[in-house]
Design a protein around this ligand. Structure first.
Ligand SMILES: Cc1cc2nc3c(=O)[nH]c(=O)nc-3n(C[C@H](O)[C@H](O)[C@H](O)COP(=O)(O)O)c2cc1C
Length: 236
């Protein structure tokens, strides 16, 4: 089983340590292969809003050389893990930069078939509050790319560093993440057989209707036409 982990920060703090609790369990099940990307190191530049990815193709993004290895690894993985500390009640700026650079893969543009059989996991830590919204932001990104099933874990660590997190809290996180790792692993094993969520099916139909109305020269429309999706073929 291949997992890609995208960290919204380079600090090996609470978020990183919670991901390690999850990975230790996953590795115990399967000898999971993992590939890790660290933001902002691996995508150092913010999206410039040039629209090149949306209108001319992703290879015209000025940051394509940094985004393409990460996206390529994501497309080959069975499971995608997004992890971010909570900053200002939401994802870190670095994680948001990753999300901005991958909007062209959303169902409203040019989604990839591979994404529709993948499973995801979003994880965040806060000192006090904000993990629900942070996880929702990351969940949206995966969901609109077509990811089939998404698990989440959020925790209030009541600390600014992992060493200050109380041992009883760490033990609780380990128990919770063990249970979630079991579910996530099982879902990654049987990812092709999982049922599609109603949300995915409805959103896809809405997007198909919208894209049918686009002008013929639109890159998104040509992409959907090329896949046969406007004539009834489906990516799932
Ligand atoms: C710039 C900044 C903004 C933060 N904003 C919040 C916040 O809105 N809510 C909260 O509960 N904690 C907030 N925190 C605390 C972190 O979310 C928390 O300590 C988290 O566990 C840090 O993760 P890390 O150890 O992986 O870096 C903030 C921390 C920083 C540095």
């Amino acid at each position: 089983m291949k997992y890609v982990i995208i960290y919204g920060g380079t600090r090996k703090g609470s978020t990183y340590n919670c991901v390690q609790l999850l990975l230790n369990k996953l590795r115990a099940f399967s000898g999971a292969e993992t590939a890790e990307f660290w933001l902002p190191r691996d995508i150092p530049e913010h999206c410039r809003g040039c629209f090149n990815c949306l209108l001319q193709g992703e290879e015209n993004c000025p940051h394509f050389s940094s985004t393409s290895p990460l996206i390529g690894t994501m497309l080959e993985a069975d499971g995608i893990i997004l992890a971010s500390p909570v900053y200002g009640l939401d994802v870190s700026g670095a994680m948001k930069t990753f999300i901005d650079h991958t909007c062209y893969l959303w169902m409203s543009h040019r989604p990839r078939e591979e994404m529709f059989t993948k499973v995801g996991f979003v994880l965040s830590t806060a000192a006090g509050t904000g993990t629900w919204r942070t996880n929702k932001t990351m969940k949206n990104a995966l969901s609109y790319m077509g990811v089939k099933r998404i698990y989440s874990f959020g925790s209030s660590v009541a600390a600014s560093s992992w060493t200050d997190v109380k041992p009883e809290k760490k033990a609780k996180f380990e128990r919770q993440l063990t249970r979630k790792a079991e579910k996530f692993y099982r879902a990654s094993q049987f990812r092709r057989q999982l049922r599609y969520r109603l949300h995915t099916r409805l959103f896809y139909l809405m997007m198909r209707r919208m894209i049918r109305g686009y002008q013929e020269e639109s890159l998104d429309k040509q992409y959907w036409q090329g896949k046969g999706w406007l004539e009834g073929e489906k990516p799932f």
